[in-house]
Design a protein around this ligand. Structure first.
Ligand SMILES: NC(=O)c1ccc[n+]([C@@H]2O[C@H](COP(=O)([O-])OP(=O)(O)OC[C@H]3O[C@@H](n4cnc5c(N)ncnc54)[C@H](OP(=O)(O)O)[C@@H]3O)[C@@H](O)[C@H]2O)c1
Length: 284
């Protein structure tokens, strides 16, 4: 069923802008590349930048000229991501739900660059639990990473942000939907939607914009985390693909395209909004 749907062929999109046009000399090509870069000279901080959506965003922002600070809990994943991203990236081992770790990330950014242009909160977790089985531990774990951590991440980056700054909170289209077993996850993601509205008003004189990005189901390791066997993971993927009118999952790069728009000045009149990239699943 998955292979029957329309497919995403990827690509940076730059080809369409003519950036691939041949120039006479190497320096002209380099200059063209720099001028075409939508995040040239910008500093972006990305939680969960080692996997899935966060990694795709980091790779895309890197290609567009940003210097990246990515963080996650596992050293090996950070090293791998640094290699994949290739250029201009600082990888920090940090847990987004620990305030002292967020302070360390903020200190590293302050000491190295002294400013932040874009904050992406992508670190998140999902545990499907029916209401009768929800424990305080599950509730606290879900809210600690999905709702509490993004607020404190932004709070700690804010003093380094100024006019033109962009905050992108990776929420979920699930906060629009009533899907069984997602009480805590959907509610925590709804909190992000609420933050962006509040912050749009709170930051109105500073020129900093705040938006949420709400993906439908994306083909990442998060889907595997909900399965105990590869067969079960395949069934989960197929089940979710069948829910969407497009009959497929999103690829992380499709979310990175949307995040690039929100990060860049191309979305300069957008704040307090939710960009839904869900293959239509929350609208049918
Ligand atoms: N995949 C989907 O279908 C989907 C749909 C809607 C919304 N989303 C949202 O999109 C975001 C990214 O999900 P994904 O699918 O890309 O997941 P993923 O591939 O599992 O990646 C999760 C990332 O978050 C990091 N992370 C997890 N816990 C962390 C913590 N305590 N501190 C710092 N980093 C942490 C992970 O690194 P470490 O494990 O090394 O820390 C990893 O880099 C999440 O907020 C998720 O809720 C996903």
């Amino acid at each position: 069923m998955l292979e029957n749907g329309p497919t995403y062929r990827g690509g940076s999109g730059r080809e369409d802008l003519g950036a691939g046009k041949k120039t006479n000399t190497a320096w002209e090509a380099t200059l063209t590349e720099v001028l075409m870069s939508r995040l040239a000279g910008k500093v972006a901080v990305i939680s969960g930048g080692t996997s899935g959506i966060g990694l795709a965003i980091a790779q895309r922002f890197g290609k567009e000229g940003a210097h990246l600070f990515i963080f996650g809990r596992h050293r090996e994943a950070l090293d791998k991501a640094r290699q994949l991203i290739g250029v201009s990236v600082t990888a920090i081992q940090a847990d987004a739900s620990r305030l002292e770790d967020l302070d360390r990330v903020a200190d590293a950014v302050r000491n190295a660059k002294g400013k932040v242009d874009v904050v992406v909160s992508s670190a998140g977790l999902v545990e499907q639990v029916p209401l009768p089985e929800i424990t305080p531990d599950h509730y606290d774990r879900t809210f600690a990473l999905n709702a509490r951590a993004p607020l404190f991440l932004v709070q700690k980056m804010l003093p380094m942000m100024g006019k033109g700054g962009s905050i992108i909170l990776v929420s979920s289209a699930m906060h629009y939907m009533g899907l069984p077993n997602h009480s805590t996850y959907a509610a925590a993601k709804a909190a992000l939607r609420s933050y962006s509205r509040t912050w749009a008003a709170e930051f109105k004189d500073s020129g900093i914009r705040a938006n949420t990005l709400s993906p439908g189901v994306v083909d990442t390791a998060m889907l595997d985390s909900q399965a105990t066997t590869p067969e079960q993971a395949d069934a989960i993927r197929e089940g979710y693909a069948n829910l969407a009118p497009m009959h497929r999952l999103a690829q992380p790069e499709e979310l990175a395209n949307a995040a690039l728009f929100l990060a860049s000045d191309e979305s300069s009149f957008m704040t307090g909004s939710d960009m839904v990239v869900d293959g239509g699943v929350s609208n049918v």
